[in-house]
Design a protein around this ligand. Sequence first.
Ligand code: NAD
Length: 290
Amino acid sequence: MKIAFIGLGNMGGPMARNLATAGHEVTGFDLAAPAPEGVRAAASAAQAATGAEVVVTMLPNGAILRQVAQEIVPAMTAGAVLCDCSTVDVESARAVAAEAEAAGLGALDAPVSGGVGGAAAGTLTFMVGGSDAAFATVQPLFEIMGQKAVHCGGPGAGQAAKICNNMILGVTMIATCEAFALADKLGLDRQKMFDVVSTSSGYSWSMNAYCPAPGVGPTSPADNGYKPGFAAELMLKDLRLSQQAAEDADADTPMGQLAATLYETFVEAEGGRGRDFSAMLPRFETRGRG
Ligand code: NAD
């Protein structure tokens, strides 16, 4: 298949490389990052998109996605599919899908879970919004770049699934970290805490698969000095998107709101930027109630 890939950063680079390695003809464009092995570099996003059957975008945010869509939609061939894999606000996802569909293109929002490791290994999970036809066209590519693609509904449904999932993740990570800090102060051994909670009703992905306490549970960023992993500022981005969506939809999300506030303080005032999002545990460790 002839594929264009716009945004060849930490995630997009390895995803594009995996498509090329699988035998697809991939042309890439990025303002800064070099094209990975097997990917032909284009001079502009529009040039990359010209003649492509599928254009994949992997960009920092919704404003940039909208700007890139304005450049590439007119260059794309009718019937081609624009598949955005970035994490962006639901509004931007829906606006770009409407713009693409008005131009006779298919459109998908297909944000991912799995991080840089999943992108490199081709084991991402895709949460996809858009038409059945567009999903069917891109599904073989999801199978190369990932291990699972869930078609969640119409335009914006993929982004909705992503931000709801990550709102749960942010909240449960904070709850897990504050519980460890409380357990410390109560004199409870961390390994015992893990042994109980991971097999009791307090279990979660944050505790069981990504334990924020070093030396406890499976290997996680906590065992590597809290080097990301999933950086606290990326969690903050997703929590902000969840709160923006909650505002727009008039949804009451007090825990998500508090998680966004705590990660904002952590990233912007407490040295959390560049650390894994599970480094909330050392943050809580050093604090009292005051
Ligand atoms: P990144 O900053 O490494 O890559 C983004 C790339 O987009 C950069 O190389 C940048 O030069 C390029 N870019 C910016 N504006 C451009 C333009 N106008 N035209 C062409 N290229 C442009 O970010 P990333 O970590 O690869 O993340 C990409 C997306 O994936 C984000 O939306 C992020 O939220 C999401 N995501 C990231 C992770 C992760 O662990 N890194 C996990 C899940 C989802």
